[in-house]
Design a protein around this ligand. Sequence first.
Ligand code: BG6
Length: 466
Amino acid sequence: MLRLPEDFIFGGATAAYQAEGATKKGGKGPVAWDEFLEKQGRFLADPASDFYHQYPQDIALCKKFGVNGLRLSIAWSRIFPDGTGEVNQEGVDFYHKVFAECEKEGVLPFVTLHHFDTPKRLFDQGDFLNRDTMDAFVSYAQFCFEEFTEVRYWSTFNEIYPVASNQYLLGVFPPGIRFNLGSTIQCLHNMMVAHARVINIFKDNKYPGEIGVVHSLEPKYPASDSEEDKHAAFLDDALSVRFLLDATYLGHYSDETMQALKEICEANDASYTFLDEDFTEMEKASHRNDYLGINHYQCHFVKAYDGESQVHHNGTGDKGTSVYKIKGIGERVYKEGVPRTDWDWIIYPEGMYDLLLRIQKEYPHYNKIYITENGMGYKDEFEDGIIMDKPRIDYLRVYLNELSKAISAGVNVKGYFLWSLMDVFSWSNGYNKRYGLFYVDFETQKRYPKESAYWYKLVSETKTII
Ligand code: BG6
């Protein structure tokens, strides 16, 4: 059995909009998701897990089950209902209370400033395609650093690639735009610049604690040995992985990334603008990240594709319904013998090892890493009064094993945050895709520890992957 270091953080992850509920309470301002979900009519983000009221219970559960780190995000529009301007004191007080509860229970809060929830007024003006949003984000971040002095671990953004691609390429996040590669690239870049500006402000002002960014990094493997498939995997990787790592750690885009962007843009008649001043900020920030947060659930096998773009998002758990073919990039396919979840997420734990070793090799000054999300979406059901989520435990075990092997190979990983602490609302899947260690009855808001919660407790207590 493999082990993890004595000082390792065994955390649980959440996000404001997916856990808090109370979307219209406590002076919170609107976000684009409120209207988007209402129009879709499938599900709403209320009540979610009602963390807004249940947080003492959830933080107590952390302590009871060996979860010594809690990843959560601040809802920007709870602090600034309009994105800028007047502060909502009730929102500020709420997060102080949450952090005090963490302190009381000995649970370390890891706080993300933006987890998919730009305030609606700014979103409607173009979100991060509009440089005013970058300015507003920097001011909001600085406000949080000045106000929440009890926080020691900050992340700027959660998952810049999924923000850009779900908003402008796949259309499953508001504003629901598809196949716009120019906006996708522009959004990626602008968010990376905003990240860099916040890092620089944090370091220039010597705020206490550590700061980093959370990227979703899903390695791409060619579906076959053919040169065409290898090239498709290269293009997909350049846009969704290398772009972010280059921006974070080089402060510019490598030749490989620029070559891929050129090809992708030519095929899609797309364009973008990178300003010189952006690279000044990015270069300056590139050696100032205290850590990299990695959200990693799956990888992709990519095949060459020369048709028009087509996608279908499996947001229902009907296995085999996903379609992902992007003009000028490639097609993501399943691979014989490689398992996947009901939502078609490919279970390939070796991908986590490969990814960590790649970062160590290609970006050697990465400093340290936290796995900020990893977990398995599953249709949990009670059996004799308990959720026996064996497939989830199997998933977690194999991923933690690969993580432990990467640490043995010299990668500096300091902690792991399981997605999710308790069942939460899922953006494009609603409430039947559950990830939590604790089952949530969304009507009564009662929590029930799943078999995986007992397993995780033992892993955390013994530092052994059983
Ligand atoms: C990550 C996000 O992409 O994956 C979370 O940071 C999200 O917010 C999680 O919920 C799982 O994704 P999904 O779509 O299955 O809920």
